[in-house]
Design a protein around this ligand. Sequence first.
Ligand code: ATP
Ligand code: MG
Length: 248
Amino acid sequence: MAVVSIINQKGGVAKTTTSVNIAASWSSTGRKVLLIDLDPQASATRSIFGEEEFEKTIFDVFINRLPPEEAVVRSKVFSIDVIPSEILLSGVDIQIAAHFGREKILKNKIDGIRKKYDAVIIDCAPSLGLLTINALMASRDIIIPICPEYFSLKGIELILETLKNLRIGLGHKVHVRGIVISRYRDRKIAKSTIDEIRQAYGLKIFESYIPDNIAVEEAHHKHLPVIDHAPLSGAAKAFHALAEETWA
Ligand SMILES: Nc1ncnc2c1ncn2[C@@H]1O[C@H](COP(=O)(O)OP(=O)(O)OP(=O)(O)O)[C@@H](O)[C@H]1O
Ligand SMILES: [Mg+2]
């Protein structure tokens, strides 16, 4: 059982797309998966459930001492459990800033519930603020999605720097499971960016690149995993393969 955070402080690099689709693909092969939406934008919650409102969310787990199992909702369509998010979560960084042990709130809360699952995936916000630090402290591994055409090496350096600070400052070691190449288009610039990453860091780059494919966007709008919305698409095949590669 592992807790895996999907992180990149850069916005729009397919963190949510990777989170919901890997969760669905892992579950399609019989694994019990919990997805925690830790982004105040609640994109994963919206992608899975549309406009459905939830009385209890991850906000209540952080702030109102709600046991996490009471915030869990089931998605039959994705065959996963989800702890949804809401916009109120955007104030949590400030609300917990003065708490003792503020970096370990999520870890302490989910330590009991995570044992019920084969995997817990945390969809992080595009920031390295206190919420993301909580995700990292609760995680054994991270997966970093990037879009090669909009990539900058500085982004990965900042993540690695944060991991180093956690190791030195808080004694918590996080393993980088690998980098997911998303919105891939067969262009020179994408290939040279991927080579650049390969040379700069000793990090694993998963071989299943997720192609830039309209089926991905459509699947979000239809509140379906890509593998169900367009099972024959290149993106669905890539997610099937990526799910196997990213399982560890
Ligand atoms: N492979 C793909 N093909 C086409 N569109 C994609 C693909 N991956 C992601 N997108 C689209 O790109 C946009 C950003 O994706 P997503 O929301 O997953 O990124 P994010 O990193 O979670 O963003 P944020 O930083 O705001 O949380 C969405 O509209 C999504 O549908
Ligand atoms: Mg997102």
